[in-house]
Design a protein around this ligand. Structure first.
Ligand code: PGA
Length: 249
């Protein structure tokens, strides 16, 4: 099973989201690929209705670490679930840039884990360019993943996204070389084994994200053990989604 997660970030208004979701729905959804669309909060309801009775799944781009209460402007896992979401991105580097800490991320995953019928977290991790250049990648990933040590996880997906490889990041450098990506995914699996039990760790899907597009998708899929892709910019246009989707079959 491979995952194709489309992170639309703060792009596409309601009408544009419906249109694109409709086109994606029309793509023949192969059994081996699970497509998850993560639109903006304001389009969740409409996209949820659009993809109804298809194999496409809905994800949110963030959630709060409580299910209800006096938290103005926040969205709870329970509320998102009731809209049809089954997945949620947690700890995306763009949220970490806005001040989200490892502690916040831990509390969010804890709430998701403790909530019955809840969303599956897609935990985003990744190093900066400087950290990679100075050989700190593994220690950064260990720190980011260490929050999982104390949690009784039921289900989780890890999205490895080197911050500098994200197409819209300051000083974007393009996708990580597939050889380096392959090596880092092996490290992530090893770290997971030391923080959770081996059986659980071996079943956790590890996705790659960062400048994935139609030109590099085959290379990434064939040269790494990734279980799927988290796609930002190339997930905003149907032609590139189709090329990526077809490469995953
Ligand atoms: P990108 O974004 O595909 O545009 O690099 C990926 C992400 O930020 O999730």
């Amino acid at each position: 099973m491979r995952y194709l997660v489309l992170n639309w970030k703060m792009n596409l208004d309601r009408a544009q989201s419906i249109l694109l979701a409709r086109s994606i729905k029309a793509l023949q959804q192969q059994n081996k690929t699970k497509t998850i669309i993560c639109p903006s909060f304001s389009s969740l309801h409409d996209v949820s209705r659009t993809i109804i009775s298809s194999r496409i799944l809905l994800g949110a781009q963030n959630c709060f670490w409580k299910n209800e209460g006096a938290f103005t402007g926040e969205e709870s896992p329970k509320m998102l679930y009731s809209l049809g979401c089954r997945y949620v991105l947690i700890g995306h580097s763009e949220r970490r840039l806005l001040g989200e800490t490892n502690k916040d991320i831990e509390m969010k995953i804890q709430t998701l884990t403790n909530t019955k019928s809840s969303l599956i977290p897609i935990l985003c991790i990744g190093e900066t360019k400087d950290e990679r250049n100075t050989g700190e990648t593994v220690s950064v990933l260990m720190r980011q993943l260490s929050i999982l040590r104390h949690l009784a996880l039921k289900s989780i997906i890890i999205a490895y996204e080197p911050i500098w490889a994200i197409s819209t990041s300051a000083n974007a450098h393009g996708a990580l070389q597939s050889e380096d990506c392959a090596e880092t995914i092996v490290h992530i699996r090893t770290i997971l084994r030391s923080y959770t039990n081996k059986r659980f760790a071996d079943a956790v899907p590890i996705l790659y994200g960062g400048s994935v597009d139609k030109s590099n998708v085959k290379d990434i899929l064939s040269k790494t053990s990734t279980n799927g892709l988290l796609v930002g910019r190339a997930g905003l246009r149907f032609d590139s989604i189709k090329r990526i989707h077809d490469a995953m079959i």
